[in-house]
Design a protein around this ligand. Sequence first.
Ligand code: UD1
Ligand code: MG
Length: 446
Amino acid sequence: MTARAGIILAAGQGTRMKSAKPKVMHEIAHLPILGHVIAAMKGAGIERIVVVTAPGADAVRAFATGLGAECVVQDQQLGTGHAAACAAPLLKDFPGVLIVSYGDMPLVTARTFEESFAAREQAGMAIVAFHSESKAYGRVIVDNGYLYRIVEYKDADEHQRAVKLCNAGIMAAEAKAFFQWAAKLENNNAQKEFYLTDIPAFARADGVNCAVVEAEEREMMGVNSRAELAACEAVMQERLRAKLLNDGVGMTAPETVYLAHDTVIEADAQIGPYVVFGPGVTVRGGAQIKSHSHLEGAEVGKGALVGPYARLRPGAVLEEDVHIGNFVEVKKARIEKGAKANHLTYIGDARVGAGANVGAGTITCNYDGFDKHFTDIGAGAFIGSDTALVAPVKIGDGVITAAGSVITKDVDADALAVARGEQKQIAGWAAKFRARKTAEKAAKKK
Ligand code: UD1
Ligand code: MG
């Protein structure tokens, strides 16, 4: 296969987002927009990815390099063609083909990049276009089956504006030729910018045809505002859900389930309505996540039951057949096979041994205001309701703690731990109290 490189243009200001955060760092399904574009490029076998950033966009640079991309800075935003040309120092001698893509198209797929490469191989160059009623896009003028030119809406005449075929902003070309054409760009247009879209005309002058690959408007949606970000999110959520349903995941009301880009759910898991997945969640087959549960950074084992109204936070690992019920929060804790915490509980920085039962209202007191401490609950232990486990503390296998206990010391296996005030009984006190109060009330009324 010919070597493949990618250039992602991400130096634009994104002013319409009205945000201190660079546009491409806004998230869709818990992954920055730029991450989606990089993932699609990797999916299309692109081995070198160069992201063009604005000066000082440290967050963008850190994120991109973290994903194995390289970065170049475009000092002044002189247009999309100028931005692409900024990658020349890194790629002008690249021995293969490249694709230029805008950094604000989170829904772009690897398949569209693949199709662009394939079309380029046939024609010499390729761009991606879609049909749209929107006025925002450059018009794609086709002649004899190939691209004739792209005219920016602002530069277009009436006839050109009537064309509904729009430029997506993806261009595939042979790398060396691309940078030779990019060096020739001029800015004599309505916006006084160096347009990427003028490149196909230079190619044509050199006898290189440009194919037009058609894609769906939905996939080519760009993010310029918060509303567009939300619209892209909705499309991405639909895509993620459709994939899971197709893979055999049960969902009672898919349209209410919110997924992250990396959510892994195995076939035959069942997801109830209004379940929210943050990043880093794996749910194994046969598990059930009931309605209104919120999961992030967690692993749910085979056959486990979670929710309704459960919260699994990062580091929560539920082994097979574990039950985590309503208003139970689990953080950084391993709940071993078959253990249960069914109601109103906080388990953080802990291990709950196999088959243990954690009663309603149990709290692992893991934080002293400075450090976190570990609670270790042995297999088969029975933690009575409303037990406070003051960490660090170790509860042996088979221990029973009495309801309402505040456990501050380790408990040996199979012992009963009781740590609460002893109960006293004062005979007749309640009846005397009522009699006195009733008399007082009657006296006041007179
Ligand atoms: C561009 C296309 C238009 C296409 C539309 C699709 C050009 C001249 N026009 O228009 O044909 O229909 O996108 O959405 O290419 N950028 C830089 N540096 C710059 C300018 C832009 O990195 O100097 C980046 C932006 O961050 C953005 C992308 O390039 O990711 C597109 O720029 P934008 O200004 O949004 O182009 P449009 O006017 O929308
Ligand atoms: Mg744009």
